[in-house]
Design a protein around this ligand. Structure first.
Ligand code: NAD
Length: 308
């Protein structure tokens, strides 16, 4: 039997934000090596969001071209998302794939988080992804095709000391991804979120070399490429990815308990007395959409009818 065809992106246009370094660079190189025309966006700033340079994007574009690939640079901040999408349209005539990857850190303990740090982190991660994706959305809708990645973080999913602003923005991107998945489904626009871990300048420089070798961006990029391929139907999902390990995350919900009784006020003591049942995950479920809590109302009616 013939081996399945390699995943190619010929004729597709991919925009990778923050592609001058780390993970984004690897995504851009891999998309180009598989036939996509790539917009390499990077404003060339430092880790904290300061500075600006064309160098970071230019080096990646040169590397792609030297290998026979097709790429152009864009040096705008993701906050000016329309300009990034314009670069794709002007140079390649379409936009098929967006990898919202650009990011900065402004880590500090919560009590020491300044307004400036909070706002800057949100402007780059949340507002940036919003601006870029909104600019591309009508084009994807019209062509009935789009693949979008939001970059979350385990800091957002689980929380992390010193990363209040970053974790808020990063979990927000998961919510955005879920909503875009719902809104995009009838236009063949898929949107997924990843929480990567990889050795980059974002990681503390004291990580030993042998760990760095296990955490190459090369072990994250193939997941992004697969999720962005036309053959992949996955949408509205969140994956933890790193070191060659890939896992899908879902919300889980305890069976819960109806604690109110017909004809009497619901009291804090009702909550206390049912706490073990409320938090018991023996019969857990994986809630997948927004309507489910409301469907539970039917069960509540029948419970309360018998418990008065
Ligand atoms: P990195 O610092 O190596 O690369 C990020 C790039 O984004 C830089 O080249 C930077 O110049 C660019 N950038 C920053 N602000 C920008 C802006 N406003 N507009 C355009 N470009 C901008 O970081 P990385 O480790 O490769 O991280 C990539 C993404 O993955 C980030 O969103 C990060 O939060 C996320 N992430 C990374 C890790 C990890 O382990 N490396 C873990 C969790 C999440």
């Amino acid at each position: 039997m013939a081996a399945p065809a390699a995943l190619r992106f010929d004729g597709r246009v991919a925009l990778v934000t923050g592609a001058g370094n780390g993970l984004g660079r690897q995504y851009a190189l891999m998309f180009a090596s598989r036939g996509a025309a790539v917009v390499v966006n990077d404003l060339g700033g430092d880790l904290n969001g300061g500075g600006k340079s064309t160098k970071a994007a230019d080096i990646v574009v040169d590397e792609i071209r030297s290998k026979g690939g097709n790429a152009v640079a864009n040096y705008d901040s993701v906050e000016n998302g329309a300009r990034l999408v314009q670069t794709a349209l002007e140079n390649f005539g379409r936009i098929d794939i967006i990898v919202n990857n650009a990011g900065i850190l402004r880590d500090n303990l919560f009590a020491r988080t300044s307004d400036t740090d909070w706002d800057l982190v949100h402007r780059v991660h949340s507002r940036g992804a919003f601006q870029v994706t909104r600019a591309a959305w009508p084009h994807m809708k019209k062509q009935k095709y789009g693949r979008i990645i939001m970059t979350s973080s385990s800091a957002g999913i689980y929380g992390n000391i010193g990363q209040a602003s970053y974790s808020t923005a990063k979990l927000g991107l998961v919510g955005l991804s879920y909503t875009l998945s719902d809104e995009g489904i009838k236009y063949n626009i898929n949107c997924n979120a990843i929480a990567p871990f990889a050795a980059s300048r974002m990681m503390t420089p004291v990580v030993p070399d042998e760990v760095v070798a296990q955490l190459k961006p090369d072990y994250v990029a193939p997941v992004v490429l697969y999720l962005c391929h036309e053959s992949c139907d996955e949408t509205g999902s969140l994956f933890e990815v790193g070191a060659g390990w890939i896992a899908k995350l879902k919300w889980s919900r305890s069976h819960g308990a109806v604690v109110r009784k017909k004809g009497v006020p619901m009291l804090p003591e009702d909550v206390r007395d049912n706490w073990n049942k409320i938090t018991d995950f023996t019969n857990f479920t994986f809630p997948e959409n927004f309507q489910r809590p409301y469907l539970v109302l039917n069960e509540i009616e029948s419970d309360t009818d018998t418990s008065a």
